[in-house]
Design a protein around this ligand. Structure first.
Ligand SMILES: Nc1ncnc2c1ncn2[C@@H]1O[C@H](COP(=O)(O)OP(=O)(O)OP(=O)(O)O)[C@@H](O)[C@H]1O
Length: 373
């Protein structure tokens, strides 16, 4: 059970700041996922925790103790990379035993640790094979096994599934979730590009933003439970990043602020958002946001023209040209018989609306979606 704390962490490469003011606590046993666009510093932050990179300023603590100066090998942290780098001339067993032999552990202890890891990772029947005789997913599981047998306090994963095909990613993702459950109390920090991995694995998501163009902002855009980020994004960057297809954005000007909602004038139409409106001025610019699944196609209210359809079998995405925004609104719908050019009615329920002020900060929504414990 270990707690990792990052306090005011900054990282510069030469003149360029790539990580700014990261303050974060990873609780014992927590599954924490770093996500964000390419180049936002996810891997660099992970490497700082591992000790492979030194922060330019700030403090890194493990269980309350500063470890900035501690060598990587002494930190009791195991890292699993995207490229699994197994020794090709060694069997699975030997690959897993290699690091333990260096620790001079007794043979019985080594055997026992490998047996437990092999059971957990479904590798028990493959221990005598060489990596060449394994699939990509099996090799990645050996790389994870090699980390598990060391019994580290903290696991770091840097895009461990990105070399696997789609089906194998799903399978290995479930295995990693089970592994986290079975290794009671081990903290995991996991870097990914993949939103589904982030949403399904994380107890806590840390969404990082690139600093290019915004050097004064901190790197962390929002930290929270995946559903908190989905339903209550703190700002427009988070709202646009989390969710696929992305949230629809509609620009307008505030026309009224009441105790229950804020109304926004958009191209002569009035749209309401059930959000708290403290600090908003009538006439100020604002951006409404609504996710594709909340655009109700077929319900009376507004009208649009079908510009494009994407059929996914179980549902479809319809792209609607409307007077509300220059770009089409995307709606998730079960109505897959809609025709290109057809005029359709739709509504944008106020309770599903997000509202961002002129600086892109979200107003708190009235609707409280149930959050997982
Ligand atoms: N050793 C280095 N020297 C100079 N710049 C570096 C170095 N390592 C990383 N960078 C830069 O720091 C920024 C963050 O890189 P990092 O690899 O941490 O991003 P990332 O979020 O993991 O990206 P990706 O998702 O593409 O892997 C990038 O702009 C990168 O070019």
């Amino acid at each position: 059970m270990s707690q990792v704390e990052l306090v005011g962490i900054n990282k510069r490469f030469g003149e360029t700041t790539v990580i700014a003011d990261v303050n974060l606590t990873i609780a014992p046993g927590e599954f924490c996922v770093f996500i964000g666009p390419s180049g936002c510093g996810k891997s660099t932050l992970l490497r700082i925790i591992a000790g492979l990179e030194a922060p330019s300023s700030g403090e890194l603590r493990i269980d309350g103790v500063r470890v900035n100066e501690m060598e990587p090998a002494k930190r009791d942290i195991a890292m699993v990379f995207q490229s699994y780098a197994l020794y090709p001339h060694m069997t699975v067993f030997e690959n897993m035993a290699f690091g333990l032999r260096h620790l001079h552990l007794p043979k019985g202890e080594i055997d026992q640790r490998i047996e437990v890891a092999a059971q957990a990772l479904n590798l028990a029947t493959m221990l005598q094979r060489k990596p060449i005789a394994l699939s990509g997913g099996q090799r990645q599981r050996v790389a994870i096994g090699r980390a598990i047998v060391r019994k580290p306090k903290v696991f770091l994963f840097d895009e461990p599934l990105s070399n696997l095909d789609a089906a194998l990613r799903v399978k290995t993702r479930v295995e990693i979730a089970k592994l986290h459950r079975s290794l009671d109390g081990v903290s995991m920090v996991y870097v990914t590009h993949d939103q589904v991995e982030a949403m399904t694995l994380a107890d806590k998501i840390v969404l990082l933003r690139p600093l290019a163009g915004n050097p004064d902002l901190p790197s962390v855009a929002q930290v929270g439970h995946p559903l908190e980020l989905y339903h209550h994004p703190a700002n427009r960057f988070v709202a646009a990043f989390i969710g696929s297809p992305s949230m629809n954005f509609i620009e307008g000007a505030i026309s009224e602020v009441t105790a229950h909602d804020v109304t926004v004038n958009v191209a002569g139409q009035t749209l309401a958002a059930a959000v708290e409106g403290q600090g908003l001025q009538v006439g100020a610019k604002a951006t409404l946001g609504i996710r594709p699944e909340h655009v109700l196609v077929g319900k009376a209210g507004l009208t649009g023209t079908v510009a494009h359809m994407e059929h996914l079998g179980e549902h479809a995405y319809v792209h609607l040209d409307t007077a509300l925004s220059p770009q089409p609104l995307i709606a998730k719908t079960q109505l897959d018989a809609l025709k290109l050019g057809e005029r359709v009615q739709f509504s944008l329920p106020a309770t599903a609306m997000h509202l961002f002020d002129a600086n892109g900060q979200a107003m708190r929504r009235q609707q409280q979606e149930p959050l997982a414990a």
